[in-house]
Ligand binder design. Structure first.
Ligand code: AMP
Ligand code: MG
Length: 350
């Protein structure tokens, strides 16, 4: 298949291209498009054949359900059986925005889209290109991140091209995304609302609206061996091709530990890399030192994370360390993705 490339901005939407994209979606084709979190790979969520194509294009396991994107709050009533009061409040507070909510699904949503589950994940994104595309495509667009399965989610259109050229009908370049990590996911089909994936909308923000919320045990303790409730969270994700280890502890000790191990790795012939912050970047001896931002600015760190993981692959780096970014709020999402990238290899220094 030949992939068509178009570009536009949120302030200047190319209506002709969107109309073509809408036709592609309505006839079962696939379109990659920008959202405020990461680029999505869209198909008609109500067409089982479209969902099958999404899994095939990504190489994604078909038990890993897709998030259905809408462009109006009212539209969710057709695809869910009921909207719990808490979910209505959350929508008021955070939609459109980087929040996905899980409901019991109506019969309209095919099992191909939900990976066989009776529940459906729904999001109303804030990107205006996404709005135009969802509307043109019929109002219900299933869209996982627009990467090949296992790779970091794309934060620019170039990465969609790298992963999906020739596998999708169209890629819409809308410039770099704002947030850079996927949406927060909260499940409203449990007794207590439960966070299944941390993101930009933090537990603290949700608790201001809902009172107490639970957090899926596997986010707090990834090594517990318990199967996460969000099927996608059990897979190794975002993994660079080489080995990545997170090192956590007092800054000086972390720098010394990493440098010592980099030296040994270099001696073995590895090409080495480090993910660090402005504060420490000049202290590392790695072949490739990636400064993801200031330690005080977690938004900046989040926005750069997937990009540097891809750069390591481009540079054929084989042996990597990362500083840890523990903290409350959005830090939880950053560490969740970083821990997945590292396949949970973490060294704790005290
Ligand atoms: P992605 O679309 O690549 O951001 O991944 C979507 C995430 O949402 C995966 O981790 C899925 O397992 C999760 N997800 C989607 N639908 C459901 C659902 N009905 N129940 C639980 N998790 C879901
Ligand atoms: Mg994904």
């Amino acid at each position: 298949m030949k992939t068509e490339y178009v570009s536009m901005t949120q302030d200047d939407i190319d209506r002709d291209a969107i109309a073509r994209a809408g036709e592609i979606l309505k006839s079962g084709g696939l379109v990659a498009f920008p959202t405020e979190t990461v680029y999505g790979l869209g198909g008609d969520a109500l067409n089982p054949e479209s969902s099958r194509r999404i899994y095939a294009a990504k190489g994604r396991p078909s038990d890993n359900p897709l998030i259905v994107h809408v462009c109006r709050y009212e539209d969710i009533s057709r695809i869910v059986t009921e909207i719990p009061a808490g979910a209505g409040k959350m929508a008021k507070a955070f939609w459109p925005g980087p929040l996905t909510m899980i409901f019991n699904k109506s019969p309209l949503v095919p099992y191909e889209t939900t990976g066989g589950l009776d529940t459906v994940a729904v999001r109303f994104p804030s990107n205006t290109i996404a709005h135009a595309l969802i509307e043109a495509g019929g109002g219900y667009i299933a869209a996982p991140s627009a990467n090949r399965s296992g790779r970091p989610s794309p934060t620019v259109a170039r990465y969609c091209r790298e992963d999906l050229d020739g596998r999708v009908d169209m890629i819409i370049d809308g410039g770099p995304v704002g947030i850079g990590l996927e949406s927060s996911i909260i499940d409203f089909t449990e007794e207590e609302p439960t966070i299944l994936r941390p993101g930009y909308i933090t537990r603290e923000m949700m608790e201001q609206v809902l009172g107490h919320v639970e957090v899926d045990h596997t986010i707090i303790d990834p090594k517990s061996g318990i199967v996460p409730k969000a099927p996608g969270m059990k897979y190794r994700h975002y993994a660079p091709k080489g080995s990545l280890t997170i090192v956590e502890g007092p800054a000086d000790k972390v720098v010394n530990y990493i440098n010592e191990h980099l030296e040994k790795a270099k001696a073995r012939g590895e090409k080495t890399g480090v993910i660090c912050t402005h504060e420490t970047r000049d202290r590392y001896i790695a072949d490739s030192v990636k400064d993801v931002g200031s330690r005080d600015n977690v938004d900046e760190i989040a926005g750069n994370l997937f990009h540097v993981l891809r750069e390591f692959d481009d540079e054929k780096v084989t042996w990597m360390y990362s500083e840890a970014f523990y903290g409350t709020g959005f830090h939880m999402a950053v560490m969740n993705r970083l821990q997945k990238s590292a396949g949970q290899q973490i060294v704790h220094l005290s």
